[in-house]
Design a protein around this ligand. Structure first.
Ligand code: TRP
Length: 451
């Protein structure tokens, strides 16, 4: 391939940026409650299989498509098979998916930013240990028009600032600082949580396998979570793939990211469940686990609780930030490649559009809750779209392209860095990519439609 236009400066930089994309609210907020709901250790086991057998393969395929083509998603498909331009539609679908995910992600990130503020000012602390008061506070906050909008705006501006900084100076440098900070924060919280009296029950909850709770629905949830957590199925990893230095080993890079992402999800579980059990609270709080159950846990800790509450919500916000950055980068880079607009113009445009749509989704919790699609509020509708339909569909097309359409020589050449690396894993990868992954994705999509 020709010289690279834009790229990360090193393998470490590429890994940090991609781990930043993968580690997000999905790891710290969604993984623990999903795991709790479907039987703890049993879910974890299935999740691990999906992440390593399917998720990492999808990530590798997106990296190969991105780095081989040196283009953003739409052109990437077109370049790799110039005779089959129709595949460019998969890139379009990916970009649309990124757009919706970012708009929705901004809403949740705005909440976490708001909770940093509320924890620091002692507002959360003043709610005491009355579970009803805490959850009423959350309902009042999330259905309000102005406060979520304000924090959403603040968060989006942070994302914009990093994108304007560029690929190396913005994304890579910020990720290299924030990822270690994130790991440090999560370790501090784990130590605190694991040393609370009665913490053992929380560890047991996470690791003891209760297969009776693992329904078919749980298996599907594990697969959906594996895709979501690794940020695959929307072309973002195609864009990051195009920034991976040409000398890097794609297989190893993808494996590192998969391992880090999984470890952080498990650590998040260890930071949350032991503390929740130690306080005698119910962990099966669903999405409310982080915003309703945890503030109660912090308040039960007394004075130090405020500090841990701030640390926790900073952790969530940092995780969300690096994910949102990758989404805005993918949109900006794609737009700029097609229009030749400046990076600043592209970033501002998509910052504006996703923030505006995010505000609409935010309002759909409160004053716009009467606007519904299929009996769902706009937020719930886009949530379904983003979790059940669009990413698996995109991932399915991308893996079919990788396994069946893209010239095999190009795949091998890219994975082996033009024959300089040994790729003994290739036959297994090819089998997974051609048969196992597409079939699994098909099952997810069909069952999503039927449910
Ligand atoms: N992986 C992110 C998380 O765990 C969420 C996510 C899904 C995402 N798809 C993405 C982030 C694409 C960035 C880009 O929270």
């Amino acid at each position: 391939m020709a010289t690279q236009q834009k790229s990360f400066s090193s393998n470490l930089g590429a890994i940090m940026a991609a781990v930043g994309s993968a580690v997000g609210l999905g790891n710290i907020w969604r993984f623990p409650y999903t795991c709790g709901k479907y039987g703890g250790g049993a879910f974890l086991l299935v999740y691990l299989c999906f992440v390593f057998l399917l998720g990492s393969v999808l990530m590798m395929s997106e990296f190969v498509i991105g780095r081989r083509s040196q283009h953003t998603p739409i052109k990437a498909f077109g370049t790799l098979r110039p005779d089959r331009k129709g595949w460019m539609l998969v890139g379009v679908l990916g970009v649309v998916t990124s757009f919706f995910i970012l708009s929705q992600y901004l809403v949740l990130s705005g909440w976490t930013t708001g909770y940093v503020w509320d924890a620091a000012l002692g507002t959360l602390g003043s709610l005491g240990t009355d579970a009803a008061a805490i959850s009423d506070y959350f309902t009042a906050f999330s259905t309000d028009a102005w406060r979520p909008a304000l924090f959403l705006g603040v968060f989006s501006l942070l994302v914009l600032a990093v994108i304007l900084g560029g690929v190396q100076k913005g994304i890579e440098n910020v990720s290299k600082v924030l990822m270690p900070v994130l790991v440090l924060l999560i370790l501090v919280l784990c130590v605190k949580s694991l040393t609370l009296p009665g913490a053992g029950k929380g560890v047991e909850y996470l690791f003891s396998a209760d297969f009776s709770k693992l329904t078919g629905e749980g298996v599907l949830a594990a697969l959906g979570q594996a895709l979501f957590s690794l940020s695959v199925g929307m072309g973002v990893m195609i864009v990051y793939g195009s920034y991976i230095p040409l000398s890097d080993n794609i297989f190893k890079t993808a494996m590192w990211i998969t391992v880090c992402d999984t470890l952080i999800a498990v650590l998040a579980g260890l930071a949350i469940f032991p503390a929740v059990f130690s306080c005698g609270l119910d962990p099966a709080g669903g999405p409310g686990l982080v915003f309703c159950v945890l503030p109660n846990v912090f308040n039960l800790m007394g004075g130090a609780g405020t500090v841990f509450a701030v640390l926790f919500f900073v952790l969530l916000t940092v995780a969300a930030l690096t994910s949102a950055i990758s989404l805005l980068e993918a949109l900006t880079a794609t737009f700029c490649e097609h229009t030749h607009a400046s990076r600043t113009a592209g970033a501002l445009l998509f910052f504006g559009l996703t923030t505006a749509l995010g505000l609409v989704f935010s309002l759909s919790m409160g004053s716009l809750s009467h606007v519904t699609v299929n009996n769902l509020t706009l937020f719930d509708f886009v949530d379904r779209l983003n979790s059940i339909y669009l990413p698996p569909l995109c991932a399915l097309f991308a893996i079919i392209f990788f396994g069946w359409v893209m010239p095999e020589e190009a795949v091998k050449d890219e994975l082996s860095n033009h024959g300089t690396l040994r790729i003994g894993f290739y036959p297994v990868l090819r089998f997974l990519a051609r048969y196992v992954v597409p079939l699994a994705l098909l099952v997810v999509i069909v069952s999503g439609i039927l449910s």
